[in-house]
Ligand binder design. Structure first.
Ligand code: ADP
Ligand code: MG
Length: 697
C-alpha cells in the first residue's frame, strides 16, 4: 500500500487549482499517460533555463540574448482587418525605441496587457529587423507587481500544443506546494549526500532556482533527485535479482538438430559475432542458473536470427520459447523473418498480439497451453493472465527498454526458472549497462553481416532545402522510398523548428498523394496503419517525427532526410539513419542543419559521416554530452528514467548501485530501521515489481 505521506503527490493533476478537466488532456499528452498526476508534473524536467537577471536598457540590449527591459508604452498599431500582418506596439526608454510584434492576437487583449502610457517590463529577445529593434512575442509582459514576482532564473519545459508555458509554470507552483517532507532514504554512506538538499527542498530549488548553477543537471538539486531515481531502480534490480537467484533455473540442453535445419535453410553463414553470442547463450541455457543476458546490436545486425537459434535449443529440449516485441509491427516483422526458417526446420510458430481475438485467440491459447506451439511471437498480449505455456524455457524480450522490469518478470513467471534474453538495437555503452540493468551479462553484435552497404551520409545547410527536395524527387522517380524526419515542434516554447505537419503539407503539395505522415499525436492504430502503408509501398515518402520504430524494416527506402540534424544527439541520428541502407541498393542520409553550428554540433555531424558503428557513436555521444552540450538531451535521455541523465549522473549511478547492493546484503527484505524511508522511495518511483516482491514476503 502506498504510504499516506505520498497521497498528495499521486492525486490527479486537476486537484491543483487552475487545472480543470480540459487542461488535463494536454498534460496527458505531455506525460504520455492517461491520468496525469501531481508527481508527473514534479518530475517533468526542464530542458533549458533562462537567466532573467540581465536588465539592460534598450540601447544596451544585445540581439538574440535574453533580457528584461523596462519600457514606456507609446502606442498601438493594428493591421487592417483580414491582413496577416502583425499587431505592433511601440515602446521606448530614454535610450531608444522598440517595436513589440504580436501575430494573431486581439487588439483589446494587447491594449489590456500593454496600456498606452504605462510602464511595463518585457522579457524576451530582441532582434534587428530592417534596422529597427523589435521583440516578437515577448515571453513575459509584466507590471510592477509581476516584476516583483519574476524569478531570477526561469526553467523552460517541454510543452505540447494546447499547453502554454505560463499554464505549466502556474501548475508547477501549485504542485510544489503539495510536496510533503519525506523521511530521508539516502544512506549516510553516500559520500555526496551531505552536499545535497532534502527531497522537498531539491524539487523546489530545481524548479525555482535562485542561480543558474541550481538549474542544471550538474547542480546539487538535480543530482540528488537523479540519485533517488537511480537508487530506487537499483534497489528494484537487486531485489529482483535476489529473488530470481533464490528461485533457481533449469538446465536446458539441446542436441542441435533443429538449429542445424535452421542453419541449412539460411541463405548465409552466421557472422563471428553471431556465433559468439549464440555460444554464450547456449552455455547460459545449459547452466542450472537462470540466464539474464543482454544482446545488443544495431538494427540489421542479425539479432532475430540469434534469438531464433537460441529458441531452437529450447525446442530441442522439448520446451517452448516466447519472443515479445513492443509493437504489433515489430512482432509481425519478426514473424516474417522467422516463418520461412521455422517451416524448413519443422517448428510451429504462432503470433499473439492484441489483434488476435475471440475464437482465434481461444484456440491459440489452447495450442500454447498444450505445447502444440513451439515458439510464440507477440506483444504485451503475451503477458496477459490467461496466457499459459505448456513448458516455457526461454523468454526473449526485444527492445527491452520499452518494457518495465515488471513486464519482464511477468513473462518470466510464465514458466519454471525461465531463461531471459533481452535485446536492444540502442547500443548502450558498457558503463551504462550496469546502471540500467544491474549485473546483467551482455553480448554485442558489433560485426555487421557481410554485404551491408554503408549509408552515404552528408550534411547540408538549410539554405539548400530546394536541392534536397529535388533529390527526394529523383529518388521517388526511380521507384525508391524515402523518409523525412522532423524534430518535434512542441519541445520548447522558444522553438522555431519546422513542425512535422507543416513540412508534410508542403511536401504533399509538391509530390502529391504518395506522401504520408506519422507523429506522436496520432493514435497508436493510426500510426501503425501509416507505417504499414509505407512498408507495403502504398506511400512513397513518409514525413515523421522520431516516433517511427527503430526496428522497422523497409528495404526499398534508400533515402533519409533529417531536418534540424543539429538538434539531435549522435546516437539518435545513427538510429534514425539505420532505417535506410537495409536492402541491396545504395542508400543516402542527408542531414539538414541550420547554422551557425556549435563546435559540438560540428563534431557530431563529422563523426556521423565517418562512422557507422553504433557502439562507437554511443560512446562518442556520451563523451560530447559530458562536455556540456545540453541540447537534445531530452530525446536521448536514458530510457525509463525521467530525472537521471547518463552523461551527467554517472557518479550518482555508481553511488546508487553501491548503496543498493549494501542494503540488500544486510537487509534483504527492507525491514530494518530504514524500512519506512526506503518503502516510501520505492512507492514514489512506482517500483511495483519491488513493492510486490516485498509484500509477498
Ligand atoms: P536485427 O534483429 O538485429 O535488426 P535481423 O535479425 O532482423 O536484425 O537481421 C536483418 C537482416 O539481415 C535479415 O534479413 C537477416 O536475414 C539478415 N542476416 C542476419 N544475419 C545475417 C548474416 N550472418 N549474414 C547475412 N545476412 C544476415
Ligand atoms: Mg530486429
Amino acid at each position: 500500500m502506498r504510504p499516506v505521506s505520498l497521497h498528495p503527490l499521486f492525486a490527479s493533476l486537476d486537484t491543483l487549482s487552475g487545472i480543470g478537466p480540459k487542461l488535463l488532456r494536454p498534460f496527458a499528452r505531455l506525460f504520455a499517460r492517461e491520468n496525469p498526476r501531481v508527481i508527473d508534473l514534479l518530475l517533468h524536467m526542464p530542458t533549458q533555463f533562462v537567466d532573467r537577471r540581465a536588465r539592460p536598457t534598450i540601447a544596451e540590449a544585445i540581439p538574440d540574448t535574453e533580457v528584461t527591459l523596462e519600457v514606456h508604452v507609446d502606442g498601438h498599431q493594428s493591421p487592417p482587418s483580414g491582413s496577416r500582418a502583425p499587431h505592433r506596439t511601440y515602446v521606448s526608454d530614454a535610450t531608444g525605441d522598440l517595436v513589440v510584434v504580436h501575430f494573431k492576437m486581439e487588439r483589446a487583449r494587447l491594449e489590456h496587457m500593454l496600456p498606452e502610457g504605462s510602464t511595463r517590463w518585457l522579457c524576451g529577445k530582441i532582434s534587428l529587423y530592417d534596422g529597427m529593434r523589435q521583440m516578437t512575442h515577448p515571453d513575459r509582459v509584466l507590471d510592477a507587481a509581476g516584476l516583483a514576482r519574476l524569478p531570477p532564473v526561469e526553467q523552460v519545459y517541454p510543452l505540447v500544443e494546447g499547453l502554454p508555458a505560463g499554464t505549466l509554470r502556474r501548475a508547477m507552483a501549485g504542485a510544489l506546494e503539495r510536496v510533503p517532507e519525506l523521511p530521508e532514504w539516502i544512506p549516510d554512506t553516500v559520500a555526496a549526500a551531505p552536499d545535497w538538499p532534502a527531497f522537498r527542498d531539491a524539487l523546489t530549488r530545481l524548479h525555482r532556482p535562485a542561480t543558474p548553477a541550481e538549474a542544471v543537471p550538474t547542480g546539487a538539486p538535480w543530482r540528488r533527485l537523479a540519485f533517488d531515481e537511480l537508487f530506487a531502480h537499483q534497489l528494484t534490480l537487486a531485489l529482483v535479482r535476489a529473488r530470481e537467484e533464490k528461485a533457481g533455473g533449469r538446465a536446458t540442453i539441446g542436441d542441435g538438430r533443429i538449429a542445424q535445419r535452421i542453419l541449412a535453410a539460411l541463405p548465409f553463414a552466421l557472422t563471428g559475432a553471431q556465433q559468439q553470442a549464440l555460444a554464450a547463450i547456449r552455455a547460459d541455457l545449459a547452466a542450472e542458473t537462470r540466464m539474464l543476458r543482454l544482446l545488443q546490436g544495431d538494427v540489421g545486425s542479425g539479432k532475430t536470427v540469434v534469438a531464433l537459434l537460441a529458441a531452437a535449443t529450447a525446442m530441442e529440449a522439448g520446451r517452448q520459447a516466447a519472443l515479445m516485441a513492443p509493437t504489433e509491427i515489430l512482432a509481425r516483422q519478426h514473424v516474417e523473418t522467422i516463418a520461412p526458417l521455422a517451416e524448413a526446420a519443422g517448428i510451429t510458430v504462432a503470433v499473439l498480439t492484441g489483434r488476435e481475438k475471440g475464437k482465434t485467440r481461444a484456440a491459440l491459447l489452447a495450442d500454447i497451453a498444450a505445447g502444440r506451439i513451439d515458439l510464440v511471437v507477440g506483444t504485451h498480449a503475451l503477458i496477459q493472465d490467461d496466457v499459459a505455456f505448456h513448458d516455457l524455457a526461454l523468454a526473449v524480450v526485444d527492445e527491452q527498454h520499452r518494457f518495465g522490469v515488471e513486464q519482464r518478470l511477468a513473462l518470466a513467471r510464465k514458466g519454471p526458472g525461465v531463461d531471459m534474453l533481452v535485446m536492444t538495437a540502442t547500443p548502450i555503452p558498457r558503463t551504462l549497462v550496469l546502471t540500467l540493468f544491474g549485473d546483467m551479462d551482455s553480448s554485442e553484435l558489433r560485426e555487421k553481416p557481410p554485404g551491408r552497404q554503408e549509408v552515404d551520409t552528408r550534411a547540408l545547410p538549410m539554405e539548400r532545402l530546394d536541392d534536397v527536395v529535388a533529390a527526394v524527387g529523383r529518388a521517388l522517380a526511380k521507384g525508391a522510398q524515402a523518409y523525412w524526419i522532423c524534430p518535434l515542434v512542441e519541445e520548447s516554447e522558444t522553438s522555431d523548428l519546422t513542425s512535422v505537419t507543416e513540412r508534410f503539407d508542403s511536401l504533399k503539395a509538391h509530390f502529391g498523394t504518395k506522401v504520408d505522415v506519422v507523429h506522436g499525436r496520432m493514435s497508436g492504430s493510426a500510426k501503425d496503419a501509416a507505417m504499414a502503408r509505407f512498408a507495403a509501398g502504398e506511400t512513397r515518402l513518409l514525413v515523421s517525427t522520431t516516433v517511427i520504430e527503430v526496428g522497422v524494416n523497409v528495404p526499398n527506402a534508400t533515402l533519409m532526410v533529417i531536418e534540424h540534424a543539429e538538434r539531435f544527439g549522435l546516437a539518435q541520428l545513427h538510429q534514425l539513419r539505420g532505417r535506410v541502407g537495409r536492402g541491396e541498393k545504395a542508400s543516402t542520409c542527408l542531414l539538414l542543419y541550420r547554422g551557425p553550428l556549435s563546435e559540438t554540433a560540428k563534431s557530431r555531424l563529422a563523426i556521423l559521416r565517418e562512422s557507422q558503428d553504433g557502439f562507437r557513436l554511443a560512446e562518442e555521444d556520451l563523451r560530447l554530452r559530458g562536455e556540456g552540450d545540453v541540447l537534445g538531451t531530452r530525446q536521448s535521455g536514458m530510457p525509463g528514467f525521467r530525472v537521471a541523465r547518463m552523461e551527467f549522473h554517472g557518479a550518482e549511478a555508481e553511488a546508487a548501485r553501491t548503496a543498493a547492493a549494501a542494503i540488500i546484503r544486510t537487509d534483504p527484505d527492507l525491514s530494518g530501521p530504514a524500512a519506512e524511508a526506503l518503502h516510501t522511495l520505492l512507492h514514489l518511483y512506482e517500483k511495483d515489481a519491488a513493492v510486490r516482491l516485498l509484500s509477498a514476503g
